[in-house]
Design a protein around this ligand. Structure first.
Ligand code: HEM
Ligand code: HEM
Length: 191
């Protein structure tokens, strides 16, 4: 056995499943937000209810429900298996801020699609590409639908703000602090 001391502690990365769920969710959310804004602009602002607008709405509902399922899967796995211990060089305030950011992200990754789903149940607009209907979770009520859609839009904005802080922090750790935080989600970046 070698007695040479380790230059640094081994980097504890997220498991392959946790990383896959993280990056698939990232891609889907990165699609979902611009599609949501674009379809509302075409439909509500331009009053353009053509095939493209319809496809954007259908795609948004389908991807939104997929995100919800993936996040519930990710959370169940997270509670069952936990996460790797924090990067050892983090200051206490950085640990606190990163945990608050992560749990805020999880909360919004559930609240945003749930609000969208409740909204389409209230409207009701549950059909997806004429292929199948999402099961309604509440009885129709058009007036309530517009309130819930407004809440959905505001929560989605909040999600974008938390993601911006999250990405800025990941880049700060990698490019400025030069630690191994980003390597926890992208192991080949290990230093
Ligand atoms: C993480 C998942 C989701 C994100 C990030 C997201 C994001 C957005 C955004 C940014 C808008 C545009 C808001 C605006 O410009 O006013 C929007 C609108 C909308 N979303 Fe989502 N959404 C998600 C999930 C869902 C789900 C699951 C459904 C339904 C099954 C849904 C249904 C809708 C509908 C119907 C609108 C149009 C509302 C209106 O006419 O004001 N969304 N969404
Ligand atoms: C839609 C965009 C994103 C969402 C919703 C998101 C969500 C999350 C969540 C919820 C966690 C906590 C994982 C856990 O402990 O269970 C996390 C961790 C992480 N994410 Fe993201 N993420 C996004 C984009 C990104 C991007 C673009 C990067 C890289 C530039 C990134 C890098 C990381 C890293 C390095 C961690 C681990 C941090 C640590 O353990 O201290 N994320 N992400």
């Amino acid at each position: 056995m070698s007695t040479t001391p380790q230059a640094s502690a081994p980097v504890r990365t997220y498991s392959p499943l946790a990383r896959t769920l993280h990056w698939v969710t990232v891609v889907l959310v990165a699609l979902q937000v611009p599609v949501g804004v674009w379809m509302v602009y075409r439909g509500n602002t331009l009053n353009l209810w053509d095939k493209l607008t319809g496809a954007l709405y259908n795609g948004h509902k389908l991807v939104g429900v997929t995100i919800l399922v993936l996040v519930l899967w990710r959370l169940a796995y997270r509670f069952a298996r936990g996460a790797p211990p924090d990067e050892p060089t983090l200051e206490p305030w950085q640990r606190l801020a990163s945990h608050a950011n992560h749990w805020g992200l999880y909360l919004l990754l559930i609240a945003v699609p749930v609000a969208g789903y409740v909204g389409v149940s209230l409207y009701p607009a549950l059909d997806i590409f004429g292929l199948f209907k999402l099961p309604a979770v509440v009885a129709p009520d058009k007036a309530a639908a517009s309130t819930v859609f407004a809440v959905h839009g505001v929560l989605a904005l909040l999600l974008v703000a938390l993601v911006a802080v999250h990405v800025a922090a990941a880049l700060y750790h990698h490019l400025v602090r030069k630690d191994n935080v980003l390597a926890r989600m992208i192991p080949r970046l290990r230093r």
